[in-house]
Ligand binder design. Structure first.
Ligand SMILES: *[C@@H]1O[C@H](CO)[C@@H](O)[C@H](O)[C@H]1NC(C)=O
Ligand SMILES: *[C@@H]1O[C@H](CO)[C@@H](O)[C@H](O)[C@H]1NC(C)=O
Length: 318
């Protein structure tokens, strides 16, 4: 009896201590809306490390070709959809944005109305450090060739694995996050819900993605536009958010057997849209897409009419 009581007291004591962690509140640090995207992010005219059929252009080119467009609470980022490409020339013009700031512990909410769709497309919204893979990578929105659902993935150096059973609504595709041990696949989680990605996401008016990173877990949530369970602080873009009210995440990556503080450094937020390449190219035919990926991208500009992101806002909380 005595033992039971003291164990109970200790448990209550621990429970009291953990409440502030369970109901973490964060304050708005960056409210990125419309033309604010052009100062929050830098345009990176670099070659694609994943070998895509893409030509990332600089800010002046993107704006003069209307590949990025800001008005009111709209920011569009798109690929060229009018030019037929020469097979021997550069790939399709597109845009890669990298945030000027870096974040460690933080929450980011992505309010998105539309994401790029079309055979050959490989869009991504993700976070990565200066020293890959030692500072880790968190892919929040990613997929290829219109294949739903969204896949959330961590990529790390060795010594970071995930428990096979976790409190999340998505399903694990692998538990070892080490890029070297998994042929760069990392530890992925498929989000539960066809409208989390591609044409189904778009026809539903998009929705909200959110990531929370602390030293005890990395979590990603997705709420479709018309969902009844969108937290009010997410829907309204409040000055603070309380992730303790957000419910079970779509993807949970706990620190149980992955020391998050040593496997993840300060991260930039990156938005990019590439074509074909290591992932979209290799599964292009099995995705039900016509011909060869590079030929399709070169010769069918109008197939990329809907290869664009439309962001209502990105809000970062710290
Ligand atoms: C685009 O995003 C994906 C995100 O996972 C990444 O693997 C790829 O290297 C990126 N491409 C470029 C050029 O940044
Ligand atoms: C640029 O793109 C936006 C968004 O798609 C569109 O509304 C606008 O008409 C375009 N501007 C020009 C000059 O084509």
């Amino acid at each position: 009896m005595k033992t039971t009581t003291s164990v109970l007291q200790r448990c209550l004591c621990l429970f009291t201590l953990t409440i502030p962690v369970l109901s973490a509140t964060y304050s708005l640090s960056d409210n990125v809306v419309g033309s604010g995207f052009n100062s929050f992010f830098s345009y990176q005219a670099i070659s694609d490390p994943t070998h895509g059929r893409v030509n990332y252009v600089d800010k002046g080119t993107a704006q003069s070709k209307n590949l990025t467009y800001a008005s009111g609470n709209t920011f569009i980022l798109r690929a060229d959809h009018t030019t037929t490409l020469s097979a021997s020339g550069p790939g399709r013009d597109s845009v890669r944005l990298q945030s000027n700031k870096q974040y460690s512990t933080h929450v980011a909410v992505f309010d998105m109305r539309h994401m790029p769709q079309g055979c050959g497309t490989w869009p991504a919204v993700w976070e990565v450090g200066n020293n890959w893979p030692n500072q880790g990578e968190v892919d929040i929105v990613e997929g290829v060739n219109d294949q739903s659902p969204d896949q959330v993935t961590l990529h790390t150096s060795s010594g970071c694995t995930m428990p096979s059973s976790r409190s999340m609504t998505g399903s694990s595709t692998g538990t070892n996050c080490d890029t070297a041990a998994t042929n760069n696949a990392g530890c992925g989680v498929k989000v539960n819900g066809a409208n989390s990605y591609g044409p189904a996401f778009n026809s539903n008016g998009g929705g909200w993605y959110a990531v929370e990173r602390t030293n005890s877990a990395i979590k990603v949530w997705f709420w479709p536009r018309n969902s009844g369970s969108v937290p009010s602080d997410v829907r309204n873009g409040g000055n603070s958010v309380n992730t303790g009210n957000w419910g079970t995440p779509s993807a949970l990556f706990p620190s149980t057997s992955c020391d998050i503080s040593s496997h993840f450094g300060p991260h930039n937020i990156i938005i990019n849209l590439t074509f074909c390449g290591d992932w979209a190219g290799s599964v292009y035919s099995s995705s039900g897409c016509p011909g060869s990926c590079v030929d399709y991208v070169n010769n069918n500009p109008s197939a990329f009419n809907n290869a664009y992101f439309d962001f209502a806002a990105i809000r970062v909380y710290t």
